[in-house]
Design a protein around this ligand. Structure first.
Ligand code: IMP
Ligand code: MG
Length: 198
């Protein structure tokens, strides 16, 4: 039987993990407003179709969509990497396809983070075959040091160092997505940084 937690007492897990704020919620929101304006300037008067990758990209998509003036629609796709620790193996699999066709549309792929680039490379190949009018990429975070695939984003919120981050959609074992900011995950007992390649 699990021991009952007293009020105010942190779980074992919470004692072993800390998050150090890297980018505040305010900075994220201001940057998203700028990105939204930049995207609209590049495609004045055009309907824009935002395609986000579940689940990490959801917060970025909703905030971005609300800041882009004019006609905007959106859709979702889901992919999984074989095993949670094998992003760099390049094995990406589609687990949920888009609801509608992107043919002839101006499509902006909206991703939480560009790390090795394997996910984005897979998605861009898939979407290119479907003949969109334009295909662009917006990422909230970019970790250029970790890149393996030759892909780049057209719109980048923040370039960050090679650290494992959580919050604002990004998870560690499905937790921390709900944080309004982005932070570096520290793992105890000495609260060391989580190696980014794990
Ligand atoms: P890529 O295919 O290596 O570019 O990986 C992209 C995906 O890996 C992201 O959409 C995230 O789900 C995950 N990821 C990469 N870096 C981090 C991180 O620092 N924290 C949480 N998830 C990450
Ligand atoms: Mg993830």
């Amino acid at each position: 039987m699990p021991k009952r937690q007293k009020a105010g007492q942190k779980s074992d897990r919470a004692q072993r993990e800390r998050v150090r704020v890297l980018i505040t919620g305010g900075r994220i929101q201001r940057r998203i407003q700028e990105l939204a304006q930049e995207i609209r300037r590049d495609f004045p008067g055009e309907p824009l179709h935002l395609v986000s990758v579940l689940k990490g990209g959801v917060f970025f998509l909703t905030d971005l969509a609300r800041n882009i003036a004019g006609e905007v629609s959106f859709d979702f796709i889901a992919v999984s990497s074989y095993g949670q620790k094998t992003h760099s193996s390049g094995q990406v699999r589609l687990t949920r396809d888009l609801d509608s066709s992107i043919e002839g549309k101006t499509v902006i792929v909206v991703e939480d983070i560009l790390d090795t680039g394997m996910t984005l490379q897979y998605l861009l190949r898939l979407f290119q075959q479907r003949k969109p009018k334009h295909l662009r990429v917006a990422v909230l975070l970019d970790k250029p040091e970790r890149r393996i695939a030759a892909v780049r984003a057209d719109y980048i919120g923040f370039s960050i160092p090679n650290e494992f981050v959580v919050g604002y959609g990004l998870d560690y074992a499905e937790r921390y997505r709900n944080l309004p900011y982005v932070g570096v995950l520290l793992l105890g007992p000495g609260l060391k940084k989580k190696p980014a390649e794990d």
